[in-house]
Design a protein. Structure first.
Lengths: 133, 652
C-alpha cells in the first residue's frame, strides 16, 4: 500500500494564536517554560485528550510548524497514540492527514485549559506546569 | 453597402416568392419601383428594414404598428397543421465583400385559422469569401450593426412622409442627434464622458487616502528608535556605575583582608561568596533541567491515550491480526510461482492455493503491519519512560528545594559577617562596612534597573518590528496612491483632449454639413436667387437666410422645407463617407413639379445607389426625363383587389 502525499503543515485556529504567542514569548524559564509553539501544541493536544475535549477548528487556519519538526522518539508516538485512542482504528496510522486532524482538534480544545493552568492562576508558570505532571 | 437583390416571400401582401434586382452600376444607379397608393410600396420598404434589423434592434423600434407580417393569402391557403413561412433575403456588397442576409419567421396553422408563430424570428448572415465559398457569420446582428448601425439607418432608408422633420423649427435636437450618429461623434462624446467618470472616481479614491498615515508611522518609528537609544545609553551608564561600585566593594574587601582585626571575617566572607556563586550556577542548571523535563512531559499527560492505544494494539495481537506470522510479499511470491513453502508445486484451485489466497485477503497490508509493530514497540517503552520521567523530575525538584535552602543559609551567613563588621568598635571598620553596604545596595538597584531597562528595549524592538510591517503596508499603499494620481492625471488629460478634439471635430463637421447642405439646397430650389445662404448654427438649428439677411424658415413652403430636409440628409450621407444606398419611400409626394424636376436631376449624383418608391404622379414628364438616363432597373407593383396581393412586375 502506498502512502499518499500528505499534509505537512500543523495548523491551529487563528483565534488561539495569541495564546501560543503568550506562552512562548520570553527567555526566562520560570515565567516562560515553553521554547517552541510545537511544545505548546503537544501539551495542548495531550491535555485535550485527557479531558476528553475535542473541538473542530472553525476559524481561519494558521500554520505554526511542520510535521518534520516532530521528534520521532517523543512527539510522533504521542500523536499516534492519541489518534489510535480516539478512533479505535489502526488504519489511522497510515494517514498523516487524519492523525493531524485528530491532534489539531484536541489541541484546539486543550489550549484553553493550558492557558488557564499556567497564566490565569497566581504563581510561576514553570512550577504550575510541573504540578500538572 | 450596395444592395444587389431582394427576395420577398409571403411578406404582407407579397404572396409567394418575388424578387427584385437593384441597379448598382455607376452610370445606372437608380432603381425605380412604381406603385399606386396602397399597392405595397411601404410594405416593400418595410421588408428591407425588417430583413436587416428585425422588429426592433437594441431597443430601437424598426417595424412598429404595422400588424401581421405574414401574408394573409399564404395563411389562408395553408392547411391546418402546415408550416407557413415569411422570409426576406437581401444580398448586398460591402467593402468589396458580398453578404447575404436572411430573416424568416414561421408558424403552424391552427384549427381556428390563425398561425401560432415561433417566438423569435431567425436571422442568418453569410459572407462570400475571396475563393467564392460562402461562410456563415457567427454574430450576424453585431456584424449588421457595424455595416449600417441601426440608429443611423433612418437617414439612409427613409420615409418620404417624415422628410420635412429636420427643417421644422423645433428640430434642432433631432438635427444634432442625426449629426452625432451618422458622423460617429457619439463615440467621441461617449469616451469623453467615460474618461471623466473614471477621473472622478480616482479623485474620490485619492481623497479617502493621504500620505498622513505613513508620515505618522515613520514618526512613531523614529521616536521608538530614539527611545531605544536613550534606554541603551542609560543601561551603559548604569553598567559603568555598577562596575565602579563593584570596584569600590573590591577595594574595601581588599582593605578588610589586609587589616589585622578584620582579616578572618573577610576571608570567611570570600569563602561564602564563592560558594554562593557556585550554588546559584547550580540552581540555574537545575531550573533548566526542570524546565526541559516539564516541557517534554506532555507524554505523561497523554498517558491515558498511550494506555488505550496499547490496549487496542494488544487486542489485535490477541486476535491474531498482528503481527501476522508471514509477510504478504512472501505469500504473493509463492502464489506467482505456484510452489508451496515446502517446495512442492501445487495447482490452480488446489487446497494449498486457496489457503494462500485466504491469508492474503485476511492479512494486513505490509505497510500497516510495519507501522503497527513499530508503534506497539515504541508505546510500550513509554510505560517505563513515564515512571522514569516522573522520578527524574521529582529528583530535580528536590535538588532545587535543597539549593533554595542552601542559598538562604549562605545569604544569612553573609549578613552575619556584615553585621559583625558594622558593629566593630573601631570606627574605620564600621565605616568601611557601611560604605560597602551602600555600594552593594547601589549595585543591586542598578542591576534591577538594568534588567527592567532591557525589558523596555525588548518592548521597543517589538514595537519597531510591528511598525515596520505597518510602514511596509503604508508604503505599498502610497505607491498605489502615486499610481492612482498618475492614472487620474492621464484620465483627465485624455478626457480634456477628447473634449477639445470633439469640439473641433463637431464644429468642423457642422461647417462641412452646412456647406454641403447649402450646395445641394441651392441646386434643388428654383428660387435660388431669393435665398442667399443656408446656416447650421452652433445650436444645430437649420436656417435659410433670404436676400435681406433674415431667417426665411418661417416663410418656407412645405415643399421647400422638404427640400431643405432632403438637402441636409443628402449632405450628411456625403460627409459621412458611409457607403450606403439611399432608399426613399415616396419622396416627392408633397413637392411641386419644379422641385421634383430639380431633385430628379441631382439626386442620382448625390448617392452611390438610389432606390425610389414612387407613385406615377410623382415621377412624370420632366422629372422622369431627368432621371431616365440613370435608371438601371424599374419595377411596377401590381395590386390585385381580387386576391389582395401585390405582384412585382419588372418593366425594364
Amino acid at each position: 500500500m502506498d502512502i499518499p502525499v500528505s499534509r505537512d503543515t500543523v495548523t491551529i485556529d487563528e483565534s488561539v494564536h495569541y495564546i501560543y504567542k503568550q506562552l512562548t514569548d520570553g527567555t526566562d524559564p520560570v515565567t516562560v517554560p515553553f521554547k517552541t509553539m510545537k511544545d505548546v501544541f503537544l501539551w495542548a493536544a495531550s491535555l485535550g485528550y485527557k479531558r476528553g475535549e475535542r473541538r473542530p477548528i472553525t476559524g481561519k487556519k494558521l500554520t505554526i510548524f511542520r510535521w518534520a519538526q516532530f521528534s520521532s522518539q517523543n512527539d510522533i508516538p504521542v500523536v499516534k497514540a492519541i489518534s489510535l485512542a480516539d478512533g479505535d482504528d489502526i488504519t489511522v496510522l497510515l494517514s498523516q492527514d487524519e492523525m493531524l486532524n485528530v491532534v489539531e482538534e484536541y489541541a484546539n480544545a486543550g489550549i484553553h485549559d493550558l492557558r488557564t493552568r499556567l497564566l490565569d492562576e497566581s504563581g510561576q508558570p514553570l512550577w504550575k506546569l510541573v504540578n500538572t505532571l | 453597402m450596395k444592395l444587389e437583390r431582394i427576395t420577398i416571400e409571403n411578406f404582407r401582401q407579397y404572396y409567394g416568392k418575388q424578387r427584385v434586382d437593384f441597379a448598382k452600376e455607376d452610370q445606372k444607379r437608380v432603381t425605380v419601383i412604381h406603385g399606386i397608393n396602397g399597392a405595397g410600396k411601404t410594405s416593400f420598404f418595410l421588408s428591407i428594414n425588417w430583413c436587416l434589423y428585425g422588429k426592433s434592434f437594441e431597443n430601437v423600434k424598426v417595424v412598429d404598428n404595422v400588424g401581421e407580417l405574414m401574408s394573409k393569402e399564404a395563411v389562408s391557403r395553408a392547411v391546418i397543421g402546415e408550416t407557413v413561412r415569411t422570409s426576406v433575403d437581401l444580398a448586398f456588397l460591402h467593402n468589396g465583400e458580398r453578404y447575404m442576409v436572411k430573416r424568416s419567421l414561421q408558424g403552424i396553422k391552427q384549427e381556428d385559422g390563425t398561425v401560432r408563430l415561433e417566438e423569435n424570428d431567425n436571422f442568418t448572415m453569410m459572407r462570400t469569401r475571396a475563393d467564392g465559398q460562402a461562410e456563415r457569420i457567427n454574430n450576424p446582428i453585431g456584424t449588421m450593426n457595424s455595416i449600417l448601425p441601426v440608429n443611423v439607418r433612418e437617414y439612409f432608408l427613409f420615409d418620404g412622409e417624415k422628410i420635412d422633420n429636420f427643417a421644422k423649427p423645433e428640430a434642432a435636437a433631432q438635427v444634432k442627434q442625426a449629426i452625432y450618429l451618422v458622423l460617429k461623434l457619439e463615440i467621441l462624446e461617449r469616451s469623453r464622458r467615460h474618461l471623466d467618470t473614471v477621473a472622478t472616481e480616482y479623485r474620490k479614491e485619492l481623497k479617502n487616502k493621504s500620505g498622513k498615515e505613513l508620515r505618522d508611522l515613520l514618526e512613531q518609528e523614529e521616536k521608538a528608535r530614539a527611545d531605544i537609544k536613550k534606554t541603551k545609553d542609560r543601561i551603559y551608564d548604569l553598567h559603568q556605575e555598577k562596575e565602579s561600585a563593584e570596584g569600590k566593594v573590591g577595594d574595601i574587601d581588599k582593605r578588610l583582608r589586609e587589616m589585622e582585626n578584620t582579616n578572618t571575617l573577610q576571608q570567611q566572607r570570600d569563602r561564602i561568596e564563592r560558594e554562593l556563586k557556585q550554588r546559584r550556577t547550580e540552581m540555574e542548571e537545575v531550573v533548566s533541567t526542570v524546565r526541559d523535563l516539564a516541557v517534554a512531559g506532555f507524554f505523561v499527560v497523554a498517558e491515558p491515550a498511550i494506555k488505550k492505544a496499547i490496549q487496542l494494539l494488544e487486542e489485535k495481537r490477541e486476535r491474531g491480526e498482528i503481527p501476522s506470522d508471514y509477510r504478504q510479499q512472501f505469500i504473493k511470491d509463492l502464489i506467482s510461482k505456484m510452489v508451496c513453502v515446502c517446495g512442492r508445486p501445487f495447482m490452480d484451485g488446489s487446497e494449498e492455493h486457496k489457503a494462500l489466497l485466504a491469508k492474503i485477503t485476511h492479512g494486513l497490508p505490509d505497510a500497516l503491519q510495519d507501522e503497527v509493530l513499530n508503534t506497539c514497540a515504541v508505546l510500550h517503552a513509554f510505560e517505563q519512560r513515564t515512571e522514569k520521567h516522573r522520578a527524574d523530575l521529582d529528583a530535580a525538584m528536590r535538588r532545587r528545594a535543597e539549593l533554595v535552602d542552601i542559598i538562604r543559609i549562605l545569604e544569612a551567613e553573609l549578613d552575619d559577617v556584615s553585621r559583625q563588621l558594622k558593629g566593630s568598635p573601631l570606627e574605620e571598620i564600621s565605616k568601611l562596612e557601611r560604605q560597602r553596604e551602600n555600594f552593594r545596595a547601589d549595585i543591586q538597584s542598578n542591576t534591577l534597573e538594568i534588567g527592567s531597562l532591557h525589558v523596555r528595549v525588548d518592548d521597543f524592538t517589538k514595537q519597531i518590528a510591528e511598525l515596520k510591517k505597518e510602514i511596509d503596508r503604508a508604503r505599498k499603499e502610497e505607491k498605489r496612491e502615486v499610481l492612482l494620481s498618475t492614472k487620474l492625471d492621464l484620465a483627465q488629460k485624455a478626457a480634456d483632449a477628447i473634449g477639445e478634439m470633439y469640439q473641433t471635430f463637431a464644429d468642423d463637421m457642422r461647417e462641412k454639413i452646412q456647406e454641403k447642405t447649402k450646395e445641394i439646397f441651392k441646386k434643388l430650389v428654383w428660387k435660388e436667387s431669393h435665398f442667399q445662404d443656408v446656416k447650421l448654427g452652433p445650436e444645430f438649428n437649420l436656417e435659410v437666410i433670404d436676400r435681406y439677411g433674415f431667417s426665411a424658415r418661417p416663410e418656407l413652403s412645405a415643399g421647400e422645407r422638404q427640400v431643405l430636409s432632403l438637402s441636409f440628409i443628402m449632405a450628411m450621407s456625403r460627409v459621412s463617407e458611409e457607403e450606403a444606398p439611399l432608399v426613399m419611400d415616396t419622396p416627392f409626394g408633397r413637392l411641386s413639379s419644379h422641385h421634383r424636376n430639380a431633385i430628379a436631376e441631382h439626386l442620382p449624383t448625390l448617392a452611390d445607389q438610389l432606390v425610389l418608391f414612387v407613385t406615377d404622379e410623382e415621377l412624370r414628364d420632366e422629372a422622369r426625363q431627368s432621371l431616365e438616363p440613370r435608371i438601371g432597373a424599374e419595377y411596377r407593383l401590381e395590386f390585385s383587389p381580387r386576391t389582395s396581393c401585390t405582384e412585382i412586375v419588372e418593366v425594364r
